[in-house]
Design a binder for this molecule. Sequence first.
Ligand code: UTP
Length: 290
Amino acid sequence: MKIRKAIIPAAGLGTRFLPITKAVPKPMLPVFDKPNIQYIAEELRRAGVEEIVIVVGPDSEVIMRHFGEAPELEQRLLADNKQKLYEIEKETCSFNVKFVVQEEANGLAGAILCAEKYIGDEPFALLLGDELIYAKDDEQSCIERLIEIYENTGKSVIATMQVFGDDVSKYGNIGIGEEKDGVMQVSAIVEKPAVNEALSNYALIGRYVLAGGIMSKLKALKPRNNEIYLTDVLDEFAANGTLLATAFNGVRYDVGDKAGFIKANVEYALRSKEIGEEIKEYIKEKGKTL
Ligand code: UTP
């Protein structure tokens, strides 16, 4: 079945990034001149996904405003003959987005369930709102690859990367079985394991394509520590042989982490036609003093 819909959970509290995340949701943090969540919406459009459901927190109307119409601003830009800026503004309201509110930040699975009324039993893509994966224009993106694997196999598929040392404890971790053409069978999945309990060096990153019918499975889960966990359903898929993984293409940035956020900004600024050269010169000069 074709993947037509995606969920971007953007309702977390973003505590690692306080104080900015007190009033600004983490997915709205800028990477160069756009909020991270707009890059994700562009990644989805490029992959042919038709409808995006964004899960926002109760105080996150700023995300809705970003993707909504702004008639006064547009009229002003047109009156001032600022056509290029007008197009940049129009682009932000060109996505087919629906919003749902997650009243209480009770975790990723809770956020996914909030989107049920738009997703129903369809398979969907899931892209975490604080991760950014860069792919060149002529390269297949991470989410395009996941969608291709899902459409070829009908199995849920997650993006992974290799991590080493203490870093294995920062991520969901998978056990891997047979591998063919870069697609691995997942044998088990654990949340943030101790280093000596890791199943492999493969960590989950924030891109998934999930098979239809997952909503009822999430609802049937027993809460642990008052939360339900997506990993519990994924572990069930792994156990019955219906979960695949692939190492992602492109460059990944954890924009929800302070160092990751700065790296993303430096690299996107370097790629920019507008200020790339200026920033390159600045970094070279600065490097001499470090
Ligand atoms: P994280 O766990 O990285 O984000 O969730 P967080 O909870 O906002 O951040 P910290 O750890 O307190 O700094 C990954 C993604 O899932 C969303 C977040 O907005 C982020 O995009 N999320 C998380 C929700 O939508 N709802 C939740 O209840 C939790």
